[in-house]
Design a protein around this ligand. Structure first.
Ligand code: AHR
Length: 497
């Protein structure tokens, strides 16, 4: 017989808020994320749009409740000169997108287009500044152009000339991207100095709305990077440090997004679950310098990374999205929820048509991926109070290796509803779960499930609704005990009250 998995939920011990920005996204000028994905051009008569942004994408992202959107990169950000992307479109210069296929970037989607789109989506923009090949002046001007009051300097005047009188709301600012790599190949000590210099000239527009400054953070387990930043940057100049971590099997041999075997799946999940160690250890380094947790972690790039779909441009990073990706999403979001005392933002890479996308488009067709559905099911956690839990899980084994089969997190929202999100990553075994609750008396449970009969299943343009959330009536409640069975590779979100 297979053992029970046991979860202990402390329903009256909630303290920390799950910042909604943990459910953030990332859009880069890369492949068909912006062009042909989100933005199809103002003149497009074939695909319904608002100011050139696809309406089907807008509606799907509104339903997802995207809280924050990072732009314009990634590596692209440190090559981007924002002034090339404003003003009359026929006057905007072009550039080569050197990181992503050397394609022509015509700058038709720029600052105004992005910030207006964020307003339509109800998402907070997160602008990634050019530190690698830009200047402090250029970034300082971007801040002034976007958020300084009218009449305060030439930049707001330029904004008005371009048809926008009032400042936008831009709270989140990245000071470069991957400064240790494509953002300038810097050493942490050097980057810390550069960071201090750039931030000095990034001035608040409205004194009541302080900008939130995010340092280009570590790659994976480069704990020294975090250490140097925390040590060398005064904390009144620093609001968050980034961390980037991709679930990639092997950078030289990533393997197919859809035609993978269980071993490859297992390795992907090992990489994904490393997030727990990464967040814990980066946070421990930060605790040394910032025990009161003033500075937060922004995991501003995460997700699965595989080979591109056959026949597509290798530099465009277009990949399908299977139940494996649902497993990455469900477990990663549980990790972020459980570490919400320090992790205050995370941005899935990337929102449309790139890497672990929530939306794929093909001309006038659009589909929602399994990852979309997980993020939509989990959005009940946004700004809710995290409820601590402990998980005693069966192992999911592969040879000598073992992983916990079950991952979970829970929260209580403003209306008093409790949500428990559960993932069973085991590729073949159903899992019995008992949840023992202390500190609450529930009387009703309902839920939704995302499951499919093959791990490799995905939504295609021919069959876009093959995988979608369904009602889940399999949980029973008696006294303070909840019981349910989780099918192999499935995600369940329970609502209890
Ligand atoms: O998301 C794709 C790329 O991955 C980003 O541009 C870069 O920051 C990271 O290396």
């Amino acid at each position: 017989a297979f053992a029970q998995n046991e979860i202990t939920l402390q329903a009256d011990k909630g303290k920390d808020i799950i910042n909604k920005n943990i459910y953030g996204h990332f859009a880069e000028h890369l492949g068909h994320c912006i062009y042909g994905g989100m933005y199809v051009g103002e003149g497009n008569t074939k695909i319904p749009n608002k100011d050139g942004v696809r309406l089907d994408v807008i509606n799907a992202l509104k339903k997802l409740k995207v809280p924050v959107l990072r732009w314009p990169g990634g590596c692209f950000a440190d090559t981007y000169h924002w002034k090339d992307g404003i003003g009359p479109k026929d006057k905007r210069p072009s550039m080569l997108n050197v990181w992503w296929g050397n394609v022509k970037e015509d700058n038709s989607f720029g600052t105004n287009e992005f910030l207006n789109m964020c307003e339509v989506l109800g998402a907070e923009p997160y602008l990634s500044g050019n530190v690698g090949s830009g200047t402090p002046q250029e970034l300082s001007d971007w801040v002034k152009y976007t958020i300084h009051p009218n009449g305060s300097s030439p930049m707001p005047e330029l904004r008005a000339q371009n048809g926008r009188q009032n400042p936008w709301h831009v709270k989140y600012w990245g000071i470069g991207n991957e400064a240790w790599g494509c953002g300038g190949n810097m050493r942490p000590e050097y980057y810390a100095n550069i960071y201090r210099q750039y931030v000095t000239f990034m001035t608040n527009g409205d004194p009541k709305e302080k900008i939130f400054r995010i340092a280009s953070g570590a790659s994976d387990n480069d704990y020294n990077w975090t250490e140097v930043l925390m040590r060398d940057i005064p904390h009144n100049m620093l609001d968050a440090v980034g961390v980037h971590h991709y679930s990639v099997i092997n950078w030289n041999k990533k393997s197919s997004a859809t035609a993978f075997n269980e071993e490859e799946y297992y390795t992907t999940m090992q990489r994904a679950l490393e997030m727990e160690t990464l967040v814990t250890r980066h946070a421990a380094v930060m605790d040394k310098y910032d025990p009161n947790k003033k500075v937060s972690i922004a995991v501003d790039e995460w997700g699965g990374w595989y080979d591109v779909e056959p026949g597509t441009n290798g530099a465009f990073l277009f990949q399908q999205n299977t139940m494996r990706d649902a497993m990455i999403a469900g477990t990663s979001l549980n990790i972020f929820n459980n570490h919400c005392d320090r992790v205050k933002m995370a941005n899935l890479a990337q929102i449309v048509n790139v890497l672990q996308a929530v939306i794929l488009t093909n001309e006038e067709k659009m589909l929602l991926t399994p990852t979309y559905h997980v993020m939509e099911m989990y959005n009940v956690h946004q700004d809710a109070t995290m409820l601590p839990l402990t998980v005693k899980s069966n192992d999911y084994k592969m040879g000598k290796e073992k992983l916990s089969a079950i991952s979970a997190s829970a929260s209580k929202d403003k209306n008093g509803l409790t949500h428990i999100s559960l993932v069973n990553i085991d590729a073949s075994k159903e899992q019995d779960i008992t949840i023992n609750v202390s500190g609450a008396n529930y009387s009703a449970v309902s839920g939704r499930i995302l499951a499919s009969d093959k791990l490799q299943n995905y939504n295609s343009f021919e069959n876009p609704e093959k995988i979608k959330p369904m009602p889940f009536n399999g949980a029973t409640l008696s006294g303070t005990t909840l019981k349910l069975k989780l099918p192999p590779f499935s995600v369940v979100v329970l609502e209890v009250k």
